[in-house]
Structures are given as structure tokens and as C-alpha cells.
Design a protein around this ligand. Structure first.
Ligand code: NAP
Length: 267
């Protein structure tokens, strides 16, 4: 069991936009799709996958449990609804999307329910998202580090999240970088652009290759077929130690996703 290095994100994409993105993505060769209950697009993602004709066994589908469904009585029933929308019997990866606001549902309760979903065969792997070191410690105490496949966190050149990465690494928890492109913001960075020019690559390929070289999984989203196709080619781009050091130096603690009432006390 492991987390594939490159997938397709679907946050913000609705209706025909998400259907087109998933269809184009699958045609281009993506086999990993990242959605979430709160994205309101699981049914469209499921329809696009069904229409693609790609075999379920070739796909890696991730969804995420919304904060309203974290209690033991709601988690598995909400997952079953997600599975029905996605037109599948299981997800490959099931994440807790955000920790419970104000700790309303104890970490132990939702991690145990998540583990039960896996035991029931509704999820092949389980994990967490937007978890700080302290929350990861609680999740580990609940189900053990080995049970936690990944922590999906905001991570891009402007927010490299080193404290969370180090802790996760010490505990054998894989990191998935979300918003690796900082929603497009890092693509205009002069350092990224210079590396892209040197390597004959696009700025997006440079940023995705940087994250993958550090061992993170990436799930960039795009509404454009050309971007979907070129992003996929980032896996073949080799960056030098000097390129990596230059990108490492871009860290500036710039967090783009911190919803009030939802975000934990970040590290
Ligand atoms: N767990 C969480 O709480 C959480 C939070 C946020 C995101 N996520 C996941 O992570 C995924 C990725 O994050 P994101 O979609 O917010 O941001 P992102 O992948 O960093 O950036 C997407 C943006 O970059 C543009 N883009 C993509 N490829 C490009 C290219 N080659 N050249 C130029 N622009 C390009 C896209 O525009 P075009 O459409 O014009 O290409 C889009 O505006 C999400 O879709 C979601 O699945 C998870």
C-alpha cells in the first residue's frame, strides 16, 4: 500500500467543469482523483469516471469526510453516501478533511470510526488532512502511526511546512502536498521561472517535480487540458541539488488556506 506520486485535484470544480477536468485527466493518463464530501462534486466525479471506461482496479480514488460527519454514528453512513455518488464500493484513500472544530468530536472517536471503515472494506487506506503535530500525535495515539497512510497538507514553495513534514517523516506518515502550485501564485516567481527556462520546462512542472523529489504526493487541479497534460509530465523532470536549494529558499510562511472556525492552531 502506498500513495501514488501524482493525482488530479478537484476542489472548486463543479458541474460540467469537473466532469470535463476528470474526463480530460483520465484521457491524459491520470489514474488518481482527489475529491471530498464538501466539494459537492462526488456525483460528477463518479459519472465522469464511469463514462471514461477506465477499470476501477486501475484507479486510485480519494475522498474526505467533512467535519459534520466526524461522529461515530455519522462517519460510515456519510462514507456510504459518498461511495454511492462515486459509483464504487470502496475508496482507495479516505481522509479526515479537517480536525473537528473546537475538538467537538474527539480525535480518538473519528480515527476509530475511520479505522472501522477500513476494516469494513469501504476504504483501502486511511489518513488525515490539515493535521498539526499535536493532532497527529493524538491520531497516532488512537490508531497507531502504521494505520495512517498520509497527512494531506498545504505545502508549496512559499509554505514548506517543515515541522509537520519532519514529524510525519519520523513516524512513517507520507505527506501529500495540496495547493502545490499555491493556486498558481508561485508560477510567476522569478526563481521558479529561471529554473523552468534552464530546464526547458514549465513553472508548474518545476514546482511539481520539486515536491515529488522531496517524496510528497501532489494533486494539482486544472480546468485546461493542456495544463493537465503538461503537469503530468513533471514526473519526468529531473531537478539538480542547486535547483532544489533555490526553491527551498523561497519559504516565507505564506499560508493560503486557513478557514476561520475550521483551521487548527498551526505549527
Ligand atoms: N485537504 C484540503 O483541505 C485541501 C485544500 C485545498 C486543496 N486540496 C486538494 O488539492 C488540490 C490542488 O489544490 P488547488 O486546486 O486548490 O490548487 P493548485 O493545484 O495549487 O492550483 C490550481 C490552479 O493552478 C492553475 N494551474 C494548474 N496547472 C497549471 C499550469 N500548468 N500552468 C498554469 N496554471 C496552472 C489552475 O488553473 P487552470 O484551471 O487555468 O489550469 C488553477 O487555478 C485541490 O484540487 C484539492 O483536490 C485539498
Amino acid at each position: 500500500m502506498s500513495i501514488p506520486a501524482m493525482g488530479l485535484g478537484t476542489f472548486r470544480l463543479q458541474g460540467e467543469v469537473v466532469t470535463d477536468s476528470v474526463r480530460n485527466g483520465l484521457e491524459a493518463g491520470y489514474r488518481v482523483i482527489d475529491t471530498a464530501q464538501i466539494y459537492g462534486n462526488e456525483a460528477e466525479v463518479g459519472a465522469a469516471i464511469a463514462a471514461s471506461g477506465v477499470a476501477r482496479s486501475e484507479l486510485f480514488i480519494t475522498t474526505k469526510i467533512w467535519t459534520e460527519n466526524l461522529s461515530r454514528d455519522k462517519l460510515v453512513p456519510s462514507l456510504k453516501e459518498s461511495l454511492s455518488k462515486l459509483r464504487t464500493d470502496y475508496v482507495d484513500l479516505l481522509l479526515i478533511h479537517w480536525p473537528s472544530p473546537g475538538g467537538a468530536v474527539p480525535v480518538k472517536e473519528f480515527m476509530t470510526a475511520l479505522a472501522e471503515a477500513k476494516e469494513q472494506g469501504l476504504a483501502r487506506q486511511i489518513g488525515i488532512s490539515n493535521f498539526t503535530v499535536e493532532l497527529m500525535q493524538q491520531a497516532i495515539a488512537a490508531v497507531g502511526a502504521k494505520a495512517i497512510a498520509t497527512n494531506q497538507i498545504e505545502l508549496h514553495p512559499y509554505l514548506q511546512n517543515r515541522k509537520v513534514v519532519e514529524f510525519a517523516r519520523r513516524n512513517g506518515i507520507h505527506i501529500t502536498s495540496y495547493m502545490t502550485l499555491a493556486y498558481g501564485k508561485v508560477l510567476g516567481d522569478p526563481v521558479i521561472q529561471q529554473i523552468a527556462a534552464r530546464r526547458g520546462a514549465t513553472p508548474a512542472q518545476v514546482v511539481l517535480a520539486w515536491a515529488m523529489k522531496l517524496g510528497y504526493a501532489v494533486i494539482p487541479s486544472s480546468t485546461k487540458r493542456a495544463n493537465l497534460e503538461s503537469n503530468l509530465k513533471a514526473a519526468a523532470l529531473q531537478l539538480s541539488d542547486e535547483d532544489m536549494a533555490q526553491i527551498a529558499a523561497l519559504e516565507r510562511g505564506e499560508r493560503l488556506t486557513s478557514p476561520a472556525g475550521l483551521a487548527p492552531a498551526w505549527d
